[in-house]
Ligand binder design. Structure first.
Ligand code: FES
Ligand SMILES: [Fe+2]
Length: 353
C-alpha cells in the first residue's frame, strides 16, 4: 500500500530544463516539466486524445504539447489547444498533481490535492548554501521497496561490512557506537557517537586526520522516506558531541536521502552529498562524490540482493536484533502515517468532479 497523502521527491530541479521528464510515482505514470514561464508542473503521463505518453512531447509557449497529434495542455491538465479545431471538449483534460520547487528539488503530492500543504515539505537549506555546503547529487532507480532503503539507512552497523573499504571502516567501531533513538512528531531522530576510533578510509582520502578520532552520525528520519544525515569526525578529545563549534577542522558531510516509491517493490533513490571541510578546494566536492557513489553502489547491490530473497520468502520470519532499534522506530512511524493517509490520486482523470 502506498502512503498517498505525502510530498514525494519527483526530480532534482536541474533535471527540469527544456524537456519533460517521465517518472512513475506510487505506480502512477507522471510527466514533470517546467513551463516557459518557469513554473513546475506534474500531469498524468497519458494524453486524453489517444493515450500517448505526454513525456515524449515538448514544452511550448502555450503549455505541454503532446508529441502525437499536437494537443496542448496547461499546468492544470486542461487542454488549451487542439490543432485544426476551435471547440475544446469539456472532458479534454488529464489529472494534474500539486507540484512545488523547494531547495533545488521538485516535490509532488500524490493524495487528496486539498491536503497538499507546501508547509509540510521538509526543509533542506544546505542545498542552497553552496558557500558552506557545496554538494553533488544524483538518483538511482533501485529494485527494492522504499521501506527497505529506509531500513538500510536506519541500521548503520552495515557500514562496517558493506562499506568497510570506504565510508565504513572497522565493523566493531560501528557496532559499539553509542546510540540515542528518539521518536519525533515527523519521524525518528538517531544520534550515534564513536568517541575513540580510527578514521575510515574515505575520511582519510578526503582530509588529514590523526590516528584517533571522535566520530558522529546523526540522522533525522522524516516520514515517509527522507533521511537527513550529518556525519563527520575530528581529532579525539575535542568534545564535539555536544559542542557543534568543535565540529570543524576535520571531516564533515551532510548526506541527503529520499526514496520515492515507483512500484510496490522499486524506488527512486535521490541523494546528495555536501561537505563543510576543505571549503574553496575545487577537488573536495568531486572527491567526496566519487567516494559516496562507490558506497551507494554497494548499498544498491545489497538491498537488491535482499529484495530478491524476500520476494521468495516474504519477511514475516525475519528476526530483529539490537541494531534494529532505530529501524523498528522508523517502521512504527511509517505505519502511523499509512493509517492516517487517504486514497491515492490514481488514474488519468479526476472522476469525482
Ligand atoms: S495522442 Fe496526444 S494528441 Fe493524439
Ligand atoms: Fe550503506
Amino acid at each position: 500500500m502506498f502512503i498517498a497523502d505525502a510530498w514525494y521527491m519527483g526530480a532534482w530541479a536541474d533535471e527540469l530544463a527544456d524537456a519533460p521528464v517521465s517518472r512513475r510515482i506510487c505506480n502512477q505514470p507522471l510527466v514533470l516539466y517546467r513551463s516557459k514561464e518557469g513554473e513546475v508542473a506534474t500531469l498524468y503521463d497519458s494524453c486524453c486524445h489517444r493515450g500517448a505518453p505526454l513525456s515524449v512531447g515538448s514544452v511550448i509557449d502555450q503549455g505541454l504539447q503532446c508529441g502525437y497529434h499536437g494537443l496542448v495542455f496547461g499546468n492544470d491538465g486542461v487542454c488549451v489547444h487542439i490543432p485544426g479545431q476551435a471547440q475544446i471538449p469539456r472532458k479534454a483534460r488529464v489529472r494534474s498533481y500539486p507540484t512545488v520547487e523547494k531547495d533545488q528539488m521538485i516535490w509532488v503530492w500524490m493524495g487528496d490535492p486539498e491536503k497538499a500543504d507546501p508547509a509540510l515539505i521538509l526543509d533542506y537549506p544546505f542545498h542552497n548554501d553552496t558557500g558552506n555546503w557545496p554538494h553533488s547529487h544524483g538518483m538511482y532507480e533501485i529494485d527494492t521497496t522504499y521501506q527497505m532503503m529506509m531500513d538500510n539507512l536506519m541500521d548503520l552497523t552495515h557500514l562496517g561490512y558493506v562499506h568497510a573499504k570506504n565510508v565504513g571502516g572497522k565493523a566493531a567501531t560501528l557496532v559499539e557506537a553509542e546510540m540515542d533513538v528518539i521518536t519525533t512528531e515527523k519521524g525518528v531522530d538517531v544520534k550515534r557517537w564513536m568517541p575513540d576510533c580510527e578514521p575510515p578510509p574515505t575520511y582519510l582520502k578526503c582530509v588529514d586526520l590523526p590516528e584517533k578520532i571522535e566520530r558522529w552520525q546523526e540522522m533525522e528520519f522524516i516520514a515517509p522516506s527522507a533521511v537527513l544525515q550529518w556525519t563527520g569526525a575530528v581529532g579525539k578529545g575535542q568534545g564535539a558531541r555536544e559542542d557543534f563549534s568543535k565540529r570543524v577542522g576535520g571531516f564533515s558531510m551532510r548526506l541527503y536521502h529520499f526514496a520515492t516509491p515507483v512500484t510496490e517493490t522499486s524506488c527512486y533513490y535521490f541523494w546528495s552529498a555536501a561537505h563543510n571541510h576543505l571549503l574553496g578546494d575545487p577537488d573536495a566536492t568531486e572527491n567526496l562524490r566519487k567516494e559516496v557513489e562507490i558506497a551507494l553502489e554497494e548499498d544498491k547491490w545489497i538491498v537488491q540482493a535482499q529484495q530478491d530473497r524476500i520476494r521468495e520468502t516474504g519477511d514475516d520470519w525475519l528476526v530483529d536484533v539490537r541494531s534494529d532499534k532505530a529501524r523498528v522506530a522508523m517502521r512504527h512511524a511509517l505505519k502511523k502515517m499509512e493509517a492516517e493517509s487517504g486514497p491515492l490520486a490514481a488514474g488519468p482523470v479526476v472522476t469525482d468532479s
